[in-house]
Write a protein that binds this ligand. Structure first.
Ligand code: ADP
Ligand code: MG
Length: 732
């Protein structure tokens, strides 16, 4: 079945050329037990390697069952070895970390042996070589003779028509050697067995043919026993391994060496951690668009403030508010948002602050003290320098301007008193923090509307420079009247009527554009009289004001919740909540988001820069991981050569390596993120970027790491498969 015609083989080194085989011509048949002898260096191993397709030849022809092999490519040789050849080496070449059973099973699996009968076949083969007792024993603990039996069982597992054995007894004592030879003799009854030995005596009773080499030439070819040669067909090409089998093999490989697994896992964990933290801070950076934000429309553009309005301008129902409150990223709902536009001042000083709900305070925000727990408590800025436990009297900023000069030293009657319970940590921070109940105080809400309205006046016509105008409330006035100071009046009318002393009250109603929002009420006859008089016409600084009864005020500007603030932690949460809200029903405004064009450009550049940084980091990590895992992977080279010699294709092994690496990285990923989630709960100083992660981010991070594992797997395999099987075996 095997025919060599004038086969020559050369080994070329830089200076010399060694001819290891000289025009060898032989015909070998099934049923023969061929022994190749000769002194060391005579070419025995070379001949065996050429026969078994482990090594190439340069001249002549080797044909198998009539098929010539001189044109064979790499894949053809892979198939040839897998179909025809069972190997037995001097140094056994079994996988030490596997049990006897696993070694034989691996061969059967790689061969694509039918799954149903695989186990039975493995046990049968192990029994045949007399290792029934050692079935579950780890191969590294076997004696030399036993290891060689495993190798034989494995070679038989292939059910290949040719068994080659290169000095299989070389490392064994005489008795063990004899047993191996008896086994080979038995096998040769149905196959072709070619065995190399330099000790002919040990086989002379069993061999059917002796071939002696000298200096690469066949100098003797003697048939000792005539055999019948029934041509044996090679087994059909195997189907390849099922991916589940590859997965199982990858898992077995990982678990077979726990120490190696732990080391690989530790390295991967480190890589995953470094990557996750960088990626986390990248997500944080790219989601925090409040850097340098400034907003011309809202006084208060803290990142915790997300304003929501209904598109149909209807008030929110209590059910809607409850639903907002149920969102995980919404800390609190401020049902009446304009209060957050207020400026409150310390009575009798010039310090004024914007108001924020206490729910917007985050861990680490407070320098000392605690978060307000009732309407009477407050957190003050550091710069106010008011110690915890002190009482502060806050007044509405605008009131100070409109106080009657005669009453300058009297309290305005709008003062609220709070106890300081916390000091904010930030420097030059212009906010005070009040409990939600304090923000729901009607007085605060009225004042907020007042200020809100005055803002509207100020922007009614951008061409007219109308100074800041406020509405004042006065319970002593009759309802349904509005009092406007003389000076204010002159400011509110159109410029062409300016300085027209004869202007009547009726003309005012007609001409005043600034008060145009009052018109619907006038037509509905809520407002009956406009008094132009001198009261409050001059505030402390001569600021203009419109004065009315609180009830009229309440009619004019309903205090229902038609604009709410959802208190969120930061811009990231704000964007998530915005995404969750139905944009056809709701209109959302995120004041902190407002950015002038150059800020957008800056942000784009910044993101691009961090993207490049992440990419660069991945590349560095790839090489670091490669260096760190290189030695571990190199130690596996031997296993891989063994797999190849028993018929695993490069493709199968590629996939198994990649599966192993992906498995380790995935495990490291899961461990890392579980630890990180624990970190978030127990509040350690380790940053919790996890809160910025969406499902997409998790998938992306996992995907990138899998990609890294994939590339590493490819690279390792390229290194492992660089050498031919035989050079790889030789260097082992
Ligand atoms: P044997 O197995 O009979 O001891 P080998 O087949 O191993 O002999 O070697 C035959 C000849 O080829 C020897 O001279 C050896 O030095 C040479 N040889 C074998 N392998 C190589 C190789 N990889 N590179 C160079 N020379 C080699
Ligand atoms: Mg040799």
């Amino acid at each position: 079945m095997l025919k060599l015609q004038h086969v020559s083989k050369y080994y070329r080194s830089e200076e010399t050329v060694v001819q290891a085989l000289r025009r060898v011509s032989l015909t070998l048949n099934s049923g023969e037990f061929v022994v190749i002898t000769g002194e060391s260096g005579s070419g025995k191993s070379t001949l065996l390697n050429v026969i078994s397709g482990l090594d190439t030849y340069e001249e002549g022809e080797l044909s198998v069952n009539g098929e010539e092999t001189s044109y064979y490519g790499k894949e053809d040789w892979e198939n040839y070895r897998s179909q025809y050849i069972g190997f037995i080496f001097q140094n056994y070449n079994i996988i030490d970390s596997y049990t006897v059973y696993q070694n034989v099973m691996a061969a059967l699996t790689i061969q694509g042996y039918p799954k149903s009968s695989r186990k039975m076949r493995a046990i049968e083969l192990i029994e045949r070589v007399g290792l029934k007792e050692q079935l579950k024993q780890k191969s590294s603990t076997l004696s030399g003779g036993q290891k060689q039996r495993v190798a034989i069982a494995r070679a038989l597992a292939k059910d290949a028509p040719i068994i080659v054995a290169d000095e299989p007894t070389g490392n064994l004592d005489k008795k063990a050697g004899q047993n191996i030879i008896k086994l080979l003799k038995e096998i040769s009854r149905e196959k072709l067995v070619v065995m190399v030995t330099h000790n002919y005596e040990e086989v002379q009773d069993e061999a059917t043919r002796r071939i002696r080499l000298f200096d690469g030439e066949v100098v003797e070819d003697k048939t000792l026993v005539q055999t019948d040669s029934a041509p044996t067909q090679p087994k059909p090409l195997h189907q390849g391994m099922h991916w589940l089998e590859k997965l199982a093999m990858a898992t077995r490989n990982l678990l077979a060496m726990p120490k190696r697994l732990l080391l690989t896992l530790a390295i991967s964990l480190f890589i995953v951690a470094v990557f996750s933290f960088t990626y986390g801070s990248y997500i944080e950076a790219s989601s925090a668009f409040d850097i340098g934000s400034w907003n011309p429309f809202f006084n208060n553009n803290d990142p915790s403030r997300l304003i929501v309005l209904r598109r149909d301008q209807a008030p929110f129902t209590p059910e809607e508010l409850a639903e907002f409150q149920s969102y995980a990223r919404v800390r609190e709902v401020i049902a009446f948002d304009p209060v957050l536009e207020l400026r409150l001042g310390l009575e009798d000083t010039w310090s004024a602050y914007y108001v924020l709900p206490s729910a917007s305070l985050t861990r680490g925000d407070l320098r000392e003290g605690r978060v307000p727990e009732s309407a009477a408590e407050i957190v003050m800025p550091r710069e106010a320098a008011i110690p915890i436990g002190e009482t502060v009297r806050l007044t509405f900023d605008s009131d100070r301007y409109y106080r009657d000069p005669q009453e300058a030293n009297q309290p305005s009657g709008m003062v609220q008193t709070f106890t300081v319970v916390g000091i904010h940590a930030a420097r030059y921070h212009n906010y005070i923090y009040l409990h939600r109940e304090a923000l729901e105080h009607p007085l605060l809400q009225y004042k907020a509307i007042e200020q809100h309205v005055s803002l509207l006046f100020a922007t009614a016509d951008k061409t007219a420079e109308i100074p800041y105008i406020s509405i004042r409330l006065d319970e002593t006035l009759e309802e349904n009247t509005v009092h406007i100071g003389q000076r204010t009046f002159s400011l509110l009318i159109s410029p062409e009527y300016f300085n027209t002393p004869s202007l009547t009250e009726a003309a005012f109603l007609e001409q005043s554009y600034a008060l145009s929002i009052l018109h619907p009420l006038i037509s509905e006859e809520h407002l009956t009289t406009v008094h132009i008089d001198t009261i409050f016409s001059q505030g402390q600084f001569g600021m203009p004001a419109v004065v009315m009864h609180p009830d009229l005020f309440a009619t004019l500007f309903h205090l229902d919740s038609s604009q709410v603030t959802l208190v969120v932690e930061d811009s990231f949460d704000a964007s998530r909540v915005m995404a969750a809200l139905d944009q056809s029903t709701y209109h959302t405004i995120y004041p902190a988001e407002y950015q002038p064009m150059e800020m957008y450009l800056f942000t784009i550049f910044e993101r691009l820069a961090s993207f490049i940084a992440v990419f660069f980091q991945l590349t560095v990590m790839y090489f670091l991981t490669y260096l760190a895992l290189r030695n571990i992977m190199r130690a596996r080279k031997r296993d891989y050569v063994i797999y190849r010699s028993i018929g695993a294709t490069q493709k199968d092994l590629n996939q198994i390596t990649i599966l192993e690496l992906i498995g380790v990285f995935l495990t490291a990923f899961v461990i890392m993120y579980v630890l990180w989630a624990v970190n978030a709960v127990v509040e350690t100083p380790i940053p919790n970027y996890l809160r910025y992660y969406t499902l997409g981010n998790y998938l992306f991070a996992a995907g990138l790491l899998m990609g890294l594992a994939f590339l590493l797997g490819l690279r390792f395999n390229r290194k492992i498969f660089k050498d031919s099987v035989i050079t790889a075996l030789r260097t082992e």
